[in-house]
Write a new protein. Structure first.
Length: 227
């Protein structure tokens, strides 16, 4: 995607990409990248059999963003951090944003993107309000609730919900949880507003040096932030 290529041009040095799975960022050759995920390559192959196993990256660090965030990494450890289409899966997005800026150097770069619901299977879901996310942050939430995944099923697979008994529905929710489907939903405008409000309330100092919205790229809100 051309808009991502333009954003990656801001990167240099050693960086961390979180949740790359089978679609790692195509960063400039001058960059060194290590990979972090909640599951190993072998687990990813098992959970996503529809994907060519050869495409998954080798995971250097295992870290569950819900339970431990990025606590295993030191302050300012990386020159850049990349988080593409991960934040919509986590239980506590605001804590994740805080962690991204904590582990990047004082003049480092954070790249963060989220799917624009208007161009995904989330099109019929409601944008997640910031205050909902702020409540999860204040409560130090460490797990996505069943209600989030039920909302996903009702909007994306309403036939499953309509035809399922209570026992069957629990099975479907558990399956959605294993696959870590989308817990939270935004369009480009609300995601940019989320980032602005998050940085304001958490006293994160960074400037957006590049962005591309779903109106332009028909898939996501993609942004590059200079700390």
């Amino acid at each position: 995607m051309q808009h991502r290529t333009q954003g990656y041009a801001f990167l240099q040095g050693r960086g961390l990409e979180i949740g790359a799975l089978n679609q790692p960022a195509l960063v400039p050759d001058k960059c060194e990248v290590v990979y972090c995920d909640a599951i190993s390559k072998q687990e990813a192959i098992q959970y996503f059999p529809e994907v060519d196993a050869n495409l998954f990256v080798d995971v250097d660090y295992i870290a569950d963003l819900d339970k431990e965030s990025l606590s295993s990494f030191s302050d300012e450890e990386f020159d850049f951090v990349i988080l593409n289409h991960v934040i919509e899966h986590v239980a506590n997005p605001i804590r994740v944003v805080q962690s991204l800026f904590r582990i990047v150097s004082s003049d480092g770069v954070v790249i963060i993107s989220a799917p624009d619901k208007r161009y995904t299977f989330d099109v019929n879901r409601t944008n997640t309000p910031f205050e909902h996310l702020w409540t999860e942050y204040k409560l130090n939430t460490t797990a996505v609730t069943d209600e989030h995944y039920l909302d996903f099923l009702q909007a994306v697979h309403p036939d499953i919900v309509a035809q399922s008994s209570t026992t069957d529905l629990k099975h479907h929710i558990d399956n959605v949880r294993r696959r870590r489907e989308h817990a939270h939903v935004w369009d480009s405008n609300t995601f940019r507003s989320f980032l602005n409000e998050c940085m304001s309330r958490c006293s994160i100092s960074a400037d957006c040096v590049y962005e591309s919205s779903g109106d332009e790229n028909l898939i996501e809100y993609f942004s590059v932030w200079k700390k």
